[in-house]
Design a protein around this ligand. Structure first.
Ligand SMILES: Cc1cc2nc3c(=O)[nH]c(=O)nc-3n(C[C@H](O)[C@H](O)[C@H](O)COP(=O)(O)OP(=O)(O)OC[C@H]3O[C@@H](n4cnc5c(N)ncnc54)[C@H](O)[C@@H]3O)c2cc1C
Length: 377
C-alpha cells in the first residue's frame, strides 16, 4: 500500500534489504535475544551492503537517497519483528543531528565511518530523574579552556552497550532552563565515560538499552553540535522525524500482524472448522483490516508531507500517539486469535506484542504527544 510513494529505485533497494535480512538477521535474531545485544559484526556487514545512512549525502559517505529508503529499511526489519539492530536510531536519528548541526570537520570525521558500520551511535536525552520533561536534564557541560567537562548520568539509551559515539543532551547554562541546553558529541573511549548494565526489558530483547555515566569527561569544544544553548531548538526540529519513524514501525507491524493472523486462523481447526470461519474471527479480522487501511492512508500522508519538508510537530505527534496506540490494540486482538500459540515467543505475534508496548513510551509518551496536539489547537 506504499506503492504510490515508491519508485523503481526503492523496489531495488527493498530487494537488497530483504536479502540482507534473510541472510544476516533472520538466522541470528533468536540468539541475539538471548544475549541481549546484536553481534558487532552485523553493523559492518550492514555498512558493506550499503544499508546504513542511506538518506545521508554521498559526499559524507551516505547513500545519497531519500527518506523512502529509511522507510523501506524499517519495513523490511519490522515485518518480521527484527527489532534488535538499532539501525533506525543510528541512520535516521543520530546521523541527521550530525549532518544538520555538526561542523564540516565533525561531518567528515564521523558520517563516513557511521555509514560503513565502523562506528555505532546513540543519543542520550533521558536521565534517571527526567524523560518527558527534557527541561529537567541535569547532565552538565562546563567550559574549561578549549574543553567541556561533562558530568551526569543517562538511562534507557538504545545502542548503549555498542555505541562508540553518543550525542549527549547537556546543560551548558542551567540558569536558562531549556534555553541552556546543548548537544555535545562524546566518544566512548574518553576517560571518565562508563556504561552501566544492559537493562532487562519485557520486549526488544535483542536490543541493548543501557545506563551511561559521565564523570568529569573532557571533550574538545569542537564536539559541540551547532551553537551553545541551542540544543532544545535542535531537538524540537528533529523529533518529528523520530516520531514518524516510530509510526512507520507501528504500521508495518499492524499490517504484518494481520497477515500472520489470517494465515494462522485459516490453518487452525476447532469444532470441526477453521478458526477463520467463526463469525467472531471474521469480524475481528475485518476490523483490523479496516484499521490497518486507515492507518496506512494517514501514515502515507505523513510520509508524503515529510518528503516535502512539511511535516509539522503536531501532525507528527498525532501519527506517533494514534498509530502506536492502534498497534497495541491490533497486536492484542491478533494474539488472542492465535490462542496459546500466540503467547509463545517462536510466533512473531508474541514478539510483536512484547515489542509494541514501548512504542507508546519512547520518542515521547502518548500523553506528551496529546499535549503537543492540544497546544496547537
Ligand atoms: C526501550 C527504551 C529505549 C529508549 N531509548 C532511548 C534513547 O535511545 N535515548 C533516550 O534519550 N531515551 C530513550 N528512552 C527513554 C524514553 O524516551 C523515555 O522513557 C520516555 O520519554 C518517557 O520518559 P520517562 O521514562 O522519564 O517517563 P516520565 O516522564 O517519568 O513519565 C511517566 C508517566 O507520566 C506521564 N507524564 C509525564 N509528563 C506528563 C504531562 N505533562 N502530562 C501528562 N502526563 C505526563 C508520562 O506520559 C508517563 O505516562 C528509551 C526508553 C525505553 C523504554
Amino acid at each position: 500500500m506504499t506503492e504510490p510513494l515508491f519508485r523503481e529505485e526503492h523496489a531495488l533497494f527493498r530487494e537488497t534489504a530483504r536479502r540482507f535480512v534473510e541472510a544476516e538477521v533472520a538466522p541470528h535474531h533468536a540468539r541475539w535475544e538471548q544475549q541481549g545485544v546484536v553481534d558487532r559484526e552485523l553493523w559492518r556487514k550492514a555498512g558493506e551492503a550499503g544499508l546504513l545512512l542511506t538518506a545521508i549525502p554521498e559526499e559524507y559517505g551516505g547513500g545519497g537517497a531519500d527518506f523512502l529508503t529509511s522507510v523501506v529499511m524499517i519495513e523490511e526489519m519490522m515485518r518480521h519483528v527484527y527489532s534488535g539492530p538499532g539501525f533506525r536510531l543510528h541512520s535516521d536519528i543520530v546521523a541527521p543531528y550530525i549532518l544538520h548541526y555538526g561542523s564540516e570537520d565533525l561531518k567528515r570525521a564521523w558520517l563516513p565511518r557511521m555509514a560503513r558500520g565502523e562506528v555505532v551511535t546513540a543519543i542520550a536525552m533521558t536521565e534517571p530523574g527526567t524523560g518527558s520533561d527534557l527541561q529537567g536534564v541535569r547532565t552538565s557541560a562546563v567550559r574549561d579552556g578549549n574543553h567541556y567537562v561533562v558530568n551526569g548520568q543517562k538511562t534507557f539509551i538504545t545502542n548503549g552497550q555498542l555505541a562508540d559515539l553518543i550525542v549527549v543532551v547537556c546543560k551548558t547554562d542551567p540558569a536558562l532552563g531549556a534555553k541552556g541546553t546543548s548537544l555535545i558529541l562524546v566518544e566512548a573511549d574518553r576517560a571518565g565515560f562508563a556504561r552501566g548494565r544492559n537493562l532487562d526489558k519485557i520486549g526488544l530483547k535483542a536490543q541493548d538499552t543501557s545506563e551511561l555515566f559521565f564523570d568529569d569527561v573532557r571533550v574538545p569544544i569542537t564536539n559541540l553540535l551547532g551553537e551553545e544553548n541551542q540544543g532544545f531548538r535542535y531537538l524540537m526540529q528533529e523529533l518529528p522525524q523520530e516520531r514518524l519513524l516510530i509510526a512507520i514501525s507501528a504500521v508495518t507491524v499492524i499490517e504484518a500482524a494481520l497477515e500472520w493472523t489470517i494465515a494462522y486462523t485459516r490453518g487452525r481447526q476447532a469444532f470441526g472448522r477453521a478458526i477463520a470461519d467463526f463469525q467472531n474471527t471474521r469480524f475481528k479480522l475485518a476490523e483490523v483490516k479496516t484499521e490497518a487501511h486507515v492507518a496506512r492512508v494517514f501514515l502515507n500522508d505523513c510520509i508524503a508531507r515529510h518528503l516535502r519538508g512539511e511535516l509539522d510537530v503536531p501532525t507528527a505527534a498525532m501519527a506517533k500517539w494514534w498509530l502506536t496506540e492502534l498497534m497495541g490494540k491490533v497486536v492484542d486482538t491478533c494474539l488472542q486469535l492465535h490462542g496459546g500459540y500466540g503467547y509463545m515467543t517462536e510466533f512473531p505475534i508474541a514478539r510483536a506484542y512484547a515489542d509494541a508496548r514501548v512504542h507508546r513510551i519512547y520518542g515521547g509518551t502518548t500523553e506528551i504527544m496529546k499535549e503537543i496536539v492540544a497546544r496547537s489547537l
